[in-house]
Design a protein around this ligand. Sequence first.
Ligand SMILES: *[C@@H]1O[C@H](CO)[C@@H](O)[C@H](O)[C@H]1NC(C)=O
Ligand SMILES: *[C@@H]1O[C@H](CO)[C@@H](O)[C@H](O)[C@H]1NC(C)=O
Ligand SMILES: *[C@@H]1O[C@H](CO)[C@@H](O)[C@H](O)[C@H]1NC(C)=O
Ligand SMILES: *[C@@H]1O[C@H](CO)[C@@H](O)[C@H](O)[C@H]1NC(C)=O
Ligand SMILES: *[C@@H]1O[C@H](CO)[C@@H](O)[C@H](O)[C@H]1NC(C)=O
Ligand SMILES: [Zn+2]
Length: 312
Amino acid sequence: MVMMILMLMMSVLLLARTDDDFCYDEDHCDPYAWGDSYPSCHPLLDSHHSPINLDHHLMKNHSLDSLQLHGFNLTHKGQWWLTNQGHSVVLEVGDGMQVSGGGLPATYRTFQLHFHWGSVSSNGSEHTLDHLRFPMEMHIVNIKSTHPNLTSALEDPTGIAVLGVFVDVTYLHNENFQSISSALSYVAYKGQTKSIKPFPLVNLLPQNNLTQYYRYHGSLTTPPCSEVVLWTIYEVPVYISWAQFEQFVSGIYSTEEEAEIQALLHDNYRHIHPTYSRPVYASKDAKLLTNGVSSLACFNSVSVIVYLLLKI
Ligand SMILES: *[C@@H]1O[C@H](CO)[C@@H](O)[C@H](O)[C@H]1NC(C)=O
Ligand SMILES: *[C@@H]1O[C@H](CO)[C@@H](O)[C@H](O)[C@H]1NC(C)=O
Ligand SMILES: *[C@@H]1O[C@H](CO)[C@@H](O)[C@H](O)[C@H]1NC(C)=O
Ligand SMILES: *[C@@H]1O[C@H](CO)[C@@H](O)[C@H](O)[C@H]1NC(C)=O
Ligand SMILES: *[C@@H]1O[C@H](CO)[C@@H](O)[C@H](O)[C@H]1NC(C)=O
Ligand SMILES: [Zn+2]
């Protein structure tokens, strides 16, 4: 146990010192090699790693209703900071937002959000929905309020709550992503930071479908891969335009501006991990992967056929 804590502390220190000794695109540091530098990234049997595929094996849990998103609908004072960290673009939000309810065992304070994406020709969400990978996934990271810092939260099995949102691409510009979109070109290279005027964070969520989500216990999807995360994955995606999507896949580099060889940051997602015997719950109002919807879809295609027959 002491050994494990020591190892964990070492990996956290390592992460703090050179947060670039993991990557997504080279054999020696890609997600399959993370375990070499970060022992807790080795997916041992019966472990609780993330991401996972969400499919029909989930269980409906009627006690999972809406989460309380305190302060998400307010425009906070001060500044937020968007930073290219080399493996993602991270928006550090200030104080004033907390997440609770919806089956979470405590109140969690919101501290940052970041994105995972594919490339011009590949989807890059971390979780998959019935094996469908979305173009992007956003993670809103929250720390249990009783912990003074991330280090201590990483030692608590339910120390972190992440809200995951699938991002899909359409032809319509999403005005709610404008603050982020207009700052992205300032953080093209690793280490660059740009301030952003705070905006109501709820704007980035699937606002009409917040009661529809999946819940399971898993891990961070980046080193040190700590198995301390209560995941809430919203089942309905948000949409951004192709141009907004392209800013991520064609405009963000994993390298510094001075680097001799520039490398685009792309496909920054971890591979799918087995669920093993973990319960994966669907919230009270979740629809997509529950039988209700498949029978409805079935009913719909029957009525389309009947309609076509009648027309003929
Ligand atoms: C913001 O949400 C809280 C509940 O979380 C609600 O009580 C309040 O009325 C909302 N405020 C606005 C301006 O919508
Ligand atoms: C439903 O979810 C709650 C909160 O996560 C959990 O405590 C409870 O055991 C779950 N209920 C069932 C029937 O699994
Ligand atoms: C990629 O995402 C699009 C939706 O934008 C979807 O239609 C397509 O099936 C996805 N591809 C894969 C391989 O999951
Ligand atoms: C984090 O909090 C723990 C527990 O209170 C404390 O011992 C530790 O020094 C803090 N670490 C940092 C880096 O602030
Ligand atoms: C989202 O919520 C709206 C309003 O409750 C509902 O009509 C719609 O079917 C939901 N979308 C999905 C994909 O479940
Ligand atoms: Zn993430």
